[in-house]
Write a protein that binds this ligand. Structure first.
Ligand SMILES: NC(=O)c1ccc[n+]([C@@H]2O[C@H](COP(=O)([O-])OP(=O)(O)OC[C@H]3O[C@@H](n4cnc5c(N)ncnc54)[C@H](OP(=O)(O)O)[C@@H]3O)[C@@H](O)[C@H]2O)c1
Length: 372
C-alpha cells in the first residue's frame, strides 16, 4: 500500500470520490470496520498517524496490496485532507468525539460527503446533532452513536413507541458484554471512561436536560436469557436519543459501565471533580490508556439494550435488543451505516442511527428484538 497523493474522480451531484476513509483504522473498532467494508467491496482507505501500523492493519483487514493510506495525526490535519480529497464517507473511530467529531464532520460538508462515528456522550452527540441544518443544506448525512451505544437502546425505544402517542416516561439501560483483547487499554477508550466520570449524571425532567448524580437509580437487571447484571445512572448519548425518539418529558439512562456498588457510587462525584482538573485528566487518560489488560472472554453470552416506556394512562411496555459481543456489534453497526451512506441511502441531516436509518438497522447489524 502507498500513501495517497491525488484525489479520486468525482461522482454525481455530491462532488465526492468513491472512497470510504476510516480514521483510526489500527484501533479495535477501526480494524473491524475496515475488514467488514473491504469484504463488501467498498474502496476503503485507512487514515491515521502511523503509516507502518496502518499498512499492517490494512493488510490484516484484507485490503488489496495497492490500497492507499492517508497519514495525518490530528482531527484538524485529517479535516484538511478531507477538504482536499473529498471522500464519500468518513468513519471517525479516533475517539475524543466531543473535540474531533465537529472538526471532521464539518470538513465532509462542502462536497456533500457523509460522516459516521461511535460517540456515546451527551456533549459529543449534542455537538454533532447541532450540525443538522448545515448538513441538510450540504446534502450530507452525519450519523453519531453508530454502535452498541446509542443504537441498542434507541432502536428499542423507537420500536416500543411505534404508532403510539407520546409517552410520559422512558428509562433505557445499556449492558454491553465485551471480550477483552490483550494489550494496552488504549487512549480512546480511556478518554471515554474519564469523560463519563467528569460529566457526571444527567436526566430529562419536564423535557429539560438536568444535572443528576452519576450512579443514581441503580438497577438489577434480569435479561430474557436468565443472566443478570447491575447498572446505574449515567449521562450518555443514549439518554439524548431516547428523549428525541420518544418525545417523553421524563427520561433516564443507566449503564453497566457505571459501578453499582454503594461505596464506589458514593465516591464517583469526588473522582469526577478531581478528573475535571485538566492536568489530572490528561494524566489519568495517559496512565489508564497504558494499563496492560489480559485477554478475557466476554462475561455474558449477550449484550443487552433495554427500554421501559410508560404512558400517562398507566400503559407500560418493555423491550430488549439482544446482541453478541458489544464491540463486534459496534463495528457491524458502523459498517452497515457506512455502506448504506456510501450507496446513497440516508436523509441529509445530523442524526443518531435509528433516526437516520430506522430501528431495523439494529437487526440488519445482527441484533434481535425481544419486545413485550
Ligand atoms: N458507542 C459505542 O458503543 C462504542 C463501542 C466501542 C467503542 N466506542 C468508542 O469508539 C472509539 C474507538 O474505540 P477503540 O476501542 O477502537 O479505540 P482504540 O483501539 O484506542 O483506537 C483508536 C484509534 O484512533 C487512532 N488515533 C488516536 N489518536 C489519533 C490521532 N491524534 N490522530 C490519528 N489517529 C488517532 C489510533 O491510532 P494509533 O494506532 O496511532 O494509536 C487508533 O487507530 C472510542 O472512543 C470508544 O470509546 C464506542
Amino acid at each position: 500500500m502507498t500513501e495517497t497523493s491525488e484525489t479520486g474522480g468525482t461522482t454525481g451531484e455530491s462532488r465526492t470520490n468513491d472512497e470510504v476513509w476510516i480514521v483510526g483504522a489500527t484501533g479495535r473498532i477501526g480494524r473491524g470496520v475496515t475488514a467488514r467494508l473491504a469484504a463488501r467491496g467498498l474502496k476503503v482507505m485507512p487514515v491515521g498517524r502511523s503509516r507502518e501500523r496502518m499498512l499492517a492493519a490494512g493488510a490484516a483487514a484484507g485490503l488489496p496490496g495497492d490500497a492507499k493510506v492517508v497519514v495525518a495525526d490530528s482531527a484538524e490535519r485529517i479535516a484538511d485532507e478531507i477538504v482536499r480529497k473529498r471522500p464519500r464517507v468518513v468513519v471517525n473511530t479516533m475517539g475524543a468525539f466531543a473535540a474531533t467529531a465537529p472538526v471532521i464532520a464539518r470538513a465532509c460538508l462542502p462536497g456533500g460527503g457523509h460522516y459516521v462515528d461511535q460517540a456515546n456522550d451527551v456533549v459529543a452527540v449534542d455537538r454533532l446533532l447541532a450540525l443538522h441544518d448545515e448538513a441538510v443544506r450540504a446534502g450530507s448525512t452525519l450519523v453519531t452513536g453508530a454502535g452498541f451505544g446509542v443504537l441498542a437502546t434507541e432502536a428499542v425505544v423507537a420500536k416500543l413507541c411505534e404508532g403510539r402517542p407520546t409517552p410520559h416516561r422512558v428509562r433505557v439501560d445499556a449492558v454491553a458484554s465485551v471480550a477483552v483483547e490483550a494489550g494496552a487499554l488504549g487512549a480512546a477508550l480511556a478518554a471515554s471512561l474519564v469523560d463519563v466520570l467528569t460529566t457526571g449524571g444527567r436526566r430529562y425532567e419536564n423535557g429539560r436536560l438536568m444535572t443528576s448524580r452519576l450512579g443514581a437509580d441503580p438497577q438489577q437487571l434480569t435479561f430474557p436469557d436468565g443472566e443478570s447484571a447491575k447498572s446505574a445512572g449515567v449521562s450518555s448519548g443514549e439518554l439524548v436519543a431516547a428523549h428525541a425518539v420518544s418525545g417523553a418529558p421524563f427520561v433516564t439512562a443507566t449503564s453497566a459501565l457505571v459501578p453499582a456498588a454503594p461505596l464506589i457510587r458514593a465516591l464517583l462525584p469526588l473522582f469526577g471533580r478531581l478528573l475535571s482538573v485538566p492536568a489530572l485528566r490528561r494524566l489519568a487518560v495517559d496512565r489508564l490508556g497504558r494499563v496492560p489488560v489480559k485477554a478475557a472472554p466476554r462475561p455474558r453470552k449477550h449484550s443487552w439494550g433495554h427500554a421501559v416506556v410508560e404512558w400517562r394512562d398507566g400503559t407500560r411496555r418493555e423491550g430488549w435488543l439482544r446482541a453478541d459481543d458489544g464491540m463486534d456489534f459496534t463495528a457491524e453497526v458502523t459498517a452497515t451505516v457506512t455502506e448504506l451512506l456510501a450507496r446513497g441511502v440516508g436523509r441529509p441531516g445530523a442524526w443518531t442511527p435509528a433516526a437516520a436509518l430506522g430501528a431495523d438497522l439494529a437487526t440488519a447489524a445482527g441484533g434481535t428484538f425481544v419486545l413485550d
